[in-house]
Design a protein around this ligand. Structure first.
Ligand code: CMX
Length: 468
């Protein structure tokens, strides 16, 4: 490890002292670190130099014109953010550190006997750009299990929520309350230097991810009357523990589904509502719990993560209106009635993608392998053959193809999780991986407060009238 990396690691030490487990890890002299934090401490100085070099070489170059339409049009396509963890191509879909979903499925370590990638491995990949070893992944599983317990007052907050409060609101409340024990907030109050921000941000991010299964499990059991939570099992991986807290660990299929689900929902470059909200709020040096709580509130919108709930509601309504084995013509008419009612077809369209979302394809392949005869899966396939043509004929949507949310609910329902109000919570658990990775790198690279410029319509009009 370089001297600079060692000094960065030392800077982060106060928060490490909190855990004997953590300090034991850092006493290792192995040349290949099993600890993610140690590996990051090696990478950060190099990346700081890399960013400096890129800015020196290209900092004053322009991307092209900014159109007034982009200001009114939700900033579509406006180059405005930097995030190396994942990049979204309109035709090809998401790549995590340059790797497609099938590549991640092939390359990332798996659970014994499993075929889907472990989300622990995806987190390592997002943060370092490297495929971790099975030992590095096992170390992360153990670390997250060791950090998983919730403060008692957070458990009480959740237990006092009325079951009628949407699970996403409960989720956001609990995550926000975790800031009570934020290492970053405390370090900032204690006068931490800017160069050391990433250390406590890393600790908070690890705590955040580690505690999400207990939050999600508690909400699920409270809202849907599923009894008491079991304890975390430190010998198992993150997804097994999440499945166990939800009451589904006996189904190996469900556990495998969660491993795939978390991996593909983890990140979708920097500009989507949840990822960008996390980054924006984090840029004010709000700690990772506050930043992620805000991101969750964005994810809870029906045009973003809540669409997975909306898809199931829409499918069920369709079935109750036109029957379970409806003809293509009846389905087509139902889709048209949705559009004519001034509503969107949930699960279809995307602000960036212009092809079928590879996250949809990955879930379809999972369904073909595990539930080929499921009736709802067949309906999803039937809809795939109908909706794009209808959307094209309607002539408004720029992308008529399905996104990730068109498929996820069907898989969860197959394994018995048919409470669709809960689906976005699982999306939220997954998205924490991408947002946390981004927050850590933003603090490591000293990303500034975000502050774009807004204009009034009067000013825009005057600006161009004056130029005419
Ligand atoms: N059904 C009906 N109309 C749609 C549509 C759909 N699935 N997708 C787009 N449109 C409409 C838009 O509402 C817009 O209409 P107006 O001109 O009347 O405002 C028009 O087509 C153009 O929109 P666009 O440029 O193609 O899409 P946007 O970038 O504005 O919006 C999205 C993207 C995802 C919000 C939109 O496609 C949508 O509402 N889809 C359904 C909801 C959904 O599945 N969201 C989940 C997205 C993935 C995720 O974040 O989880």
């Amino acid at each position: 490890m370089s001297a600079q990396a060692r000094s960065l690691l030392n800077a982060a030490r106060p928060s490490l002292r909190r855990s004997a487990f953590a300090s034991a890890r850092f006493s290792s002299t192995s040349s290949k670190p099993t600890s993610l934090k140690e590996r990051l401490a090696e990478l950060i100085p190099k990346e700081i130099e890399n960013v400096k070099a890129v800015r020196a070489a290209h900092g004053k170059k322009a991307f092209g014109p900014v159109l007034v339409d982009q200001l009114y049009g939700g900033m579509r396509g406006l180059p405005a953010l930097i995030w190396d963890g994942s990049v979204l191509d309109a035709e090809e879909g998401i790549r995590f550190r340059g790797k497609t979903i099938p590549e991640c499925q092939a390359l990332l370590p798996k659970a014994p006997g499993g075929t889907e990638p472990l989300p622990e491995a995806l987190f390592w990949l997002l943060l370092t750009g490297e495929v971790p070893t099975p030992e590095q992944v096992a170390e992360l599983s153990r670390d997250w299990a060791a950090r998983a317990a919730l403060p008692e007052f957070v458990e009480e907050i959740l237990d006092r929520c009325p079951p009628t409060l949407h699970p996403m609101s409960q989720f956001s409340l609990a995550v926000t309350a975790l800031n009570h024990n934020s290492a970053f907030a405390k370090a900032y109050q204690d006068g931490i230097s800017k160069k050391e921000y990433w250390g406590p941000t890393f600790e908070d991010s690890m705590d955040l991810i580690a505690k999400l299964p207990n939050i999600a499990g508690r909400i699920y059991r409270n809202v849907f009357g599923k009894g008491k939570l079991p304890a975390i099992d430190a010998s198992k991986d993150y997804s097994w523990n999440l499945a166990n807290l939800l009451g589904f660990s006996e189904s190996e299929g469900f556990v495998e589904l969660l491993r795939l689900y978390i991996t593909i929902h983890s990140d979708h470059e920097g500009g989507n509502v949840s990822a960008h909200t996390g980054k924006l709020v984090g840029s004010a040096l709000s700690d990772p719990f506050l930043a992620y709580g805000a991101a969750l509130n964005g994810l809870a919108g029906p045009l973003h993560g809540l669409a997975n709930q909306e898809v199931l509601i829409w499918l069920r309504k369709m079935q109750s209106t036109i029957g379970e084995d409806a003809t293509d013509e009846a389905v087509r008419e139902y889709v048209w009635s949705t559009l004519k009612g001034g509503q969107v077809v949930p699960g279809y369209g995307h602000a960036v993608l212009r092809k079928t979302d590879p996250r949809y394809t990955a879930q379809r392949e999972f369904a073909l392998k595990h539930l080929p005869d499921n009736k709802l899966f067949k309906l999803v396939g039937q809809i795939y053959n109908i909706v794009p043509d209808v959307l094209l004929e309607a002539g408004k949507a720029k992308n008529p193809w399905p996104n990730v949310d068109a498929h996820s609910g069907v898989l969860l329902t197959h394994y018995g999780m048919d409470q669709m109000q809960f689906y976005t919570v699982l999306f939220g658990v997954s998205r924490a991986f991408g947002v946390a990775a981004q927050l850590i790198w933003d603090r490591a690279l000293g990303a500034p407060l975000e502050r774009p410029k807004s204009y009034s319509t009067v000013a825009i009009d005057k600006m161009f009238k004056d130029k005419a």
